[in-house]
Ligand binder design. Structure first.
Ligand SMILES: NC(=O)C1=CN([C@@H]2O[C@H](COP(=O)(O)OP(=O)(O)OC[C@H]3O[C@@H](n4cnc5c(N)ncnc54)[C@H](O)[C@@H]3O)[C@@H](O)[C@H]2O)C=CC1
Ligand SMILES: O=C1[C@@H](O)[C@H](O)[C@@H](O)[C@H](O)[C@H]1O
Length: 337
């Protein structure tokens, strides 16, 4: 079966997903796109193929009988309404992270899905499909490093995007760490502390950057996260799990090492699109395969809610630097124990 996919939002990520679905994912065909910017949307549609339909209104794309499943890659504040419309239409949706702009918005998506009685939403936390994170989890679950005690994370961007607000280092960047740590450790994050340091002179006026976060999980593991969205030199994501018997880390994301001019080195990625290209592809492939089976896989709407709830706890914690508890709603049975 070929899954006919509609993509809402054809900016940086949406256009990337259209290209990946067209050239790197088996069993899928992009049949429709939508974007508030008609020129951009129509250009991406034309590039994807003559038969790709452009819908000016994303709700029309979701309702299109020729669309089996939807990717939502429009801005965060649009996610709740669009993901909910997909659930109402009974169509699988891969919704870019964060699942929605606030934890309350995420929880409303969860409530719609629970009322529908089946999982239709996959949150776009693609690191769960990244081969090196997958290997880390495999090593941990196999007992190779013993029980985990600490995790060290680094999340650096070369430059914050023009639309970055002071909240976004938590709600848009570190939210990836919140998701991947919950998944790696199979444990909820229950408490957060946000440490300020001197801000980089390269940060925008209202942006405190970098930040150091300390997370505590229900199982008592402590996690530190450096989030630095104006690190200048490139895109750099690191993670090391420390266990009672050893450690496991992400390897340098490079296939070659260059030795020249008396130095040895690897290239640093410019942004997430190249660093996580294979993760985005594997995420889409898993989503398409699950949609063809009438199932859902990967991070759920509940996972999307939990990650954003941690981000909101960080926003409260930054006010005076004291630890803040993460309050989660009761987890519906649809999402397991
Ligand atoms: N998983 C990941 O690593 C990444 C995820 N993202 C997420 O992807 C989403 C999109 O981000 P970018 O592509 O960077 O943004 P972008 O600004 O490049 O693209 C967004 C597109 O959505 C369109 N749009 C705005 N409102 C719309 C609406 N109501 N309906 C349809 N189209 C609409 C805009 O015209 C624009 O073309 C965000 O939620 C962001 O957080 C972004 C970067 C990386
Ligand atoms: O989701 C993403 C961006 O929105 C965010 O701005 C970056 O910091 C992340 O690394 C990237 O994966």
């Amino acid at each position: 079966m070929t899954v006919r996919v509609g993509v809402v939002g054809t900016g940086v990520m949406g256009a990337d997903h259209v290209r990946t679905l067209t050239g790197g994912v088996a069993g899928a065909r992009v049949v429709a796109v939508s974007d508030a910017d008609q020129g951009r949307g129509r250009a991406v549609a034309a590039e994807a193929g003559d038969e790709v339909v452009f819908h000016a209104d994303p709700v029309d794309l979701i309702g299109d009988a020729g669309v089996d499943a939807v990717v939502v890659a429009s801005p965060d504040h649009t996610h709740e309404a669009l993901a909910t419309a997909c659930v109402e239409a009974g169509k699988p949706v891969l919704c870019e992270k964060p699942l929605a702009a606030t934890a309350a918005d995420c929880l409303r998506i969860v409530a719609h899905e629970v009322a529908k009685g089946r999982r239709l939403v996959q949150a776009g936390y693609m690191r769960r499909f990244d081969p090196s994170y997958v290997d880390m989890k495999r090593a941990l679950d196999a007992g190779s490093i013993g029980d985990p005690v600490l995790v060290h994370c680094v999340h650096r961007n070369a430059r914050a995007l023009h639309f970055f607000t002071p909240e976004m280092p938590f709600t848009s960047a570190a939210v990836h760490e919140f998701d991947v740590v919950r998944w790696l450790l199979s444990s909820e994050i229950v408490r957060v502390t946000v440490h300020r340091t001197r801000s980089s002179s390269r940060a925008a006026a209202r942006l405190a950057d970098p930040r150091l976060l300390v997370l505590e999980t229900a199982a008592g593991v402590t996690v530190d996260v450096e989030v630095f969205v104006n690190a200048q030199y490139g895109y750099d994501v690191r993670c090391e799990l420390v266990g009672e018997l050893g450690t496991v880390s992400l390897a340098l994301p490079s296939t070659t090492v260059v030795r020249a001019g008396g130095a040895e080195g690897v290239a640093v990625h410019a942004d997430f699109r190249t660093r996580f290209a294979e993760a985005y592809r594997l995420q889409l492939q898993a989503w398409v395969d699950a949609a063809a089976r009438g199932e859902a896989c990967g991070p759920s709407a509940w996972d999307g809610y939990a990650a954003t709830a941690v981000a909101e706890a960080c926003l409260r914690a930054q006010e005076d630097g004291t630890p803040v508890e993460v309050e989660l709603a009761d987890k519906p049975a649809l999402y397991g124990t």
